[in-house]
Design a protein around this ligand. Structure first.
Ligand SMILES: O=C(CO)[C@@H](O)[C@H](O)COP(=O)(O)O
Length: 220
């Protein structure tokens, strides 16, 4: 499947989100980081902003819920028109039910793992997900340094997904830039979230082209 670039609006200007979405016409998805100050020590945006963004852009909204009660809220993001809704394995008390609800509402169901969470215990859930998100920083803030320690897990995740057979996107999130994107692609990622590397660039659309070219060169 083709490389997907999902710029994170966490690094965008929150007062101009419609313009910031329009500034990345070549993005495949728009990554929306929902943080609640409980699961992570940061507070960002929630459902009303996603509902407004849905009207402001045609891009699929790739909603990443870094919240304490994802089972309660995830279906509402799908109902709001998210293209994908990703819940954290560390926070969900009923991941199978929640992933099924997300799918039943027509969105891609994603399962996210923090850097220290092993992927193997979730092998049996691969049939329940459309995407596995591996955090390559500790969740909560943009602009952090990429954690190399996640790369072996990314390779194992690629092996498990390939063994599973069905299509599951393998997303990396955090510290993805022109250099780390290649290492992630070599290790098996095919969806790349980038905040600072896109919205911190003087030309966000050109930055996306460069990330995509680097990922494709590296074999994603
Ligand atoms: O989920 C998160 C952080 O918790 C990410 O989506 C970051 O927002 C990515 O930002 P950069 O590391 O690319 O600046």
């Amino acid at each position: 499947m083709a490389v997907q670039i999902s710029p994170s609006i966490l690094a965008a200007d929150f007062a101009r989100l419609a313009d910031e979405a329009a500034a990345v016409p070549n993005a495949d998805w728009l990554h929306v980081d929902v943080m609640d100050y409980h699961f992570v020590p940061n507070l960002t945006l929630g459902l009303p902003v996603v509902e407004s963004l849905r009207k402001a852009t045609d891009k699929p909204l790739d909603c990443h819920l870094m919240i304490a009660e994802p089972d309660r809220w995830a279906p509402q993001y799908a109902e709001a028109g998210a293209g994908s809704v990703t819940v954290h394995a560390e926070a969900s008390r009923a991941p199978v039910r929640t992933l099924r609800e997300i799918r039943a509402l027509g969105a891609r169901a994603g399962l996210a793992l923090n850097p220290a969470t092993a992927v193997e215990p979730f092998e049996d859930l691969l049939g329940e997900v459309d995407m596995l998100l591996l955090m390559t920083v500790e969740p909560g803030f943009g602009g952090q340094k990429f954690l190399d320690v996640v790369l072996p897990k990314l390779r194992r995740a690629r092996e498990l997904v390939d063994k599973h057979g069905g299509h599951v996107w393998l997303q990396v999130d955090g510290g993805v830039d022109g250099e780390t994107v290649e290492r992630c692609a070599e290790a098996g990622a095919d969806v790349f979230v980038a905040g600072s590397a896109v919205y911190g660039a003087s030309d966000p659309a050109a930055a996306i082209d460069e990330l995509r070219a680097a990922a494709e060169r590296a074999g994603a």
